[in-house]
Design a protein around this ligand. Structure first.
Ligand code: ADP
Ligand code: ZN
Length: 221
């Protein structure tokens, strides 16, 4: 099954993608993670992307579409994928459809994480990330055992530059301006399913499993 996760920053797409990819044995593709990795390694893509990411703007389409089409052409995509953070505008959505069509694939379901702005802002501003292994924590919802070091690798925990208050505001504006119209785009295609991004990871995981169980039942009758 090929799934797209859609929703504002702080909707919990990343943590949910992690549990869903295990449950459905699908590959988790996060364009945010891929770009952050490129920045860390100072690759040409990373150098280009950095200034956009730091200010909360979208990285230019040709760069992001390039890395995604490259990724979805790889062998492990055959078992299905979970796209997290892509597409973020209609151009990316159309290019994704086209790239998938060429290889006989399609987006089966789009999970739209409907999320209250207050909740997403709280999640983003409290998020702490490990500089060693990339693990995510939250000062209130998922506190690390030790305030400044990672539970898993003892790496240093930091706040992402784009999780600072001003940039969070900008990211939410960009989401409304560029990405929110994808709700209609996928509604028209009949693939959109709305779930609640306000729930915690476990509760939402249960909601999504129930939704999938209902869908396959419907498919069988
Ligand atoms: P979030 O979903 O929490 O905003 P991500 O980790 O998905 O964060 O993305 C971080 C940043 O990476 C974005 O603000 C943007 O600059 C860049 N980015 C990620 N995915 C895309 C995309 N599909 N198109 C353009 N820019 C992207
Ligand atoms: Zn770590």
């Amino acid at each position: 099954m090929n799934i797209v996760l859609l929703g504002p920053p702080g909707a919990g797409k990343g943590p949910q993608a992690k549990v869903l990819s295990k449950e459905f044995n699908a590959s988790h593709i996060s364009t945010g993670d891929m770009l952050r990795d490129a920045v860390k390694k100072r690759t040409p893509v990373g150098k280009l992307a950095k200034s956009y990411m730091d200010t909360g703007e979208l990285v230019p389409d040709n760069i992001v579409i390039g890395i995604v089409t490259e990724r979805i052409s790889q062998e492990d995509m055959r078992r299905g994928f979970l796209l997290d953070g892509f597409p973020r505008n209609e151009k990316q959505a159309r290019e994704l459809d086209e790239a998938l069509r060429k290889t006989g694939k399609k987006v089966d379901i789009v999970l739209y994480f409907k999320t209250s702005p207050e909740i997403s802002v709280k999640r983003l501003s409290g998020r702490r990330v490990c500089t060693g292994c990339g693990a995510n924590f939250h000062v209130k919802n998922m506190p690390p055992k030790n305030e400044s070091s990672c539970d898993y690798c003892k790496g240093r925990l930091i706040q992402r530059d784009d999780d600072k208050a001003e940039t969070v505001k900008r990211r939410l504006v960009i989401y409304e301006k560029e990405t929110a119209s994808l709700i209609d785009y996928y509604k028209k295609k009949g693939t959109l399913r709305e779930v609640s991004g306000d729930l915690n990871v476990e509760e939402l995981f249960e909601e999504i499993k129930r939704l999938f169980a209902k869908e396959s039942l419907r498919g069988a009758t």
